[in-house]
Design a protein around this ligand. Sequence first.
Ligand code: ADP
Ligand code: MG
Length: 333
Amino acid sequence: MQSQIKKSSSTQLALNKHPDMDTIVVALGGNAILKPGENGTFAEQMENIRSTAAQLAGLISGGKRLIITHGNGPQVGRIFQQQELGLRAGLPEMPLYICGAMSQAQIGIMIQQALHNELVLADCPRTIVTLVCQTLVDPQSEAFSSPTKPIGSFYSEAEAQKAMAEKGETWIEDSGRGWRRVVPSPEPLGFPEIEAIKSLLAQEIVVVVSGGGGTPVARSSRGTLVGVDAVVEKDLVAQAVAQMTGAGTLLILTDVAGAKINYRTPGEELIGRVSLKEIKEYHRQGHFIPGSMGPKVLAAIRFVESGGNMAVITSLENALPGAEGKVGTVVVR
Ligand code: ADP
Ligand code: MG
């Protein structure tokens, strides 16, 4: 038991003392997989992922080692819907965290295959692998007493009341659009599979990890893991993975050119190269919406504060110049 607990401590966060300038952790936003207005067919998702993979292949053929992580919102939402339909046909439901794991495999294999193909075509073949990863969280933390993260589709009040009474779930009325289930969004504390990520990286293998923030798990006093229904912000997970693997760069790719101050006001302004001190001040002033740009900026701050070289927030199309810190919001020490 002692050794188990000791072993678990090596999965915890530590300062990144010698960041590796050639290793980049890339966090892909939802738009890398599904664009607004699309139905989400396999063909649509595969085509989006193919063009995302072309960007990532450019980084790899340029000599970078990549760890890739990604969002999963629409995909896990669909898995829920399929389960609900299945339930009516008498098929048993899986917990939320298992649905999340399904989405890690589903999106991971598409990235894995598309990136393989782009690298073959670029005459730069690499082994790529998806790891279905767990993320350690603290079930005693504040996040569990006030769930904030909406998941799945919208339902009627009657359906929400039923789920609350029968399953003990938390549901909220979401700005007049209907009722939605909300789950806790706890901090990532460590990764049980971190040693696998590190050793694959050392072998020049490209890894896709912790999709949708990974499968949240809690560690019991005996050292065993148990799944919990929660969603960890993928940007914070990307930061924690980057810190633990000693990556030099955290590259957060999304659907906007970067973080803005005075967002959606006449004084709106894109933040370019910025010091840690300055961005922390903007964050404190509340320029970034929680649940969207907020966690990206927080991840960038944490990354540079923990010893990382540079954190960049930019659009997917800007992946290559972004990785060099030439565009987007670039946080440096
Ligand atoms: P992703 O799937 O990439 O995580 P999110 O929707 O979570 O995407 O976050 C990106 C969104 O954050 C942008 O599309 C924008 O609408 C929103 N956002 C909120 N605050 C800001 C800000 N201060 N500057 C820029 N974008 C912001
Ligand atoms: Mg997001």
